[in-house]
Design a protein around this ligand. Structure first.
Ligand code: FES
Length: 73
């Protein structure tokens, strides 16, 4: 879903950056979300906050999944 119509930024893009550990200000700087009319700021902040609160679960999940070793030839 497009959150920021002015900059054509989706909730997925915001979520991806939030999960990578960026703050809202950093996401705003990186993507330009909520830098024009500002109508999307509350929604964009909400998406980022939801993803940050879910991050510890994702981080825990990632510790349980071991990457497969690369075969040496
Ligand atoms: S809708 Fe995001 S700045 Fe206008």
């Amino acid at each position: 879903m497009i959150v920021c119509v002015c900059r054509r930024i989706s909730d997925r893009e915001i979520a991806r950056h939030a999960r990578a550990g960026l703050s809202f200000d950093e996401i705003q700087l990186e993507l330009g979300v909520a830098t024009q009319c500002g109508c999307c700021e509350e929604t964009a902040r909400g998406v980022a906050a939801q993803c940050r609160s879910a991050q510890p679960v994702a981080a825990l999940h990632n510790t349980l999944v071991q990457p497969e070793p690369i075969a040496a030839h």
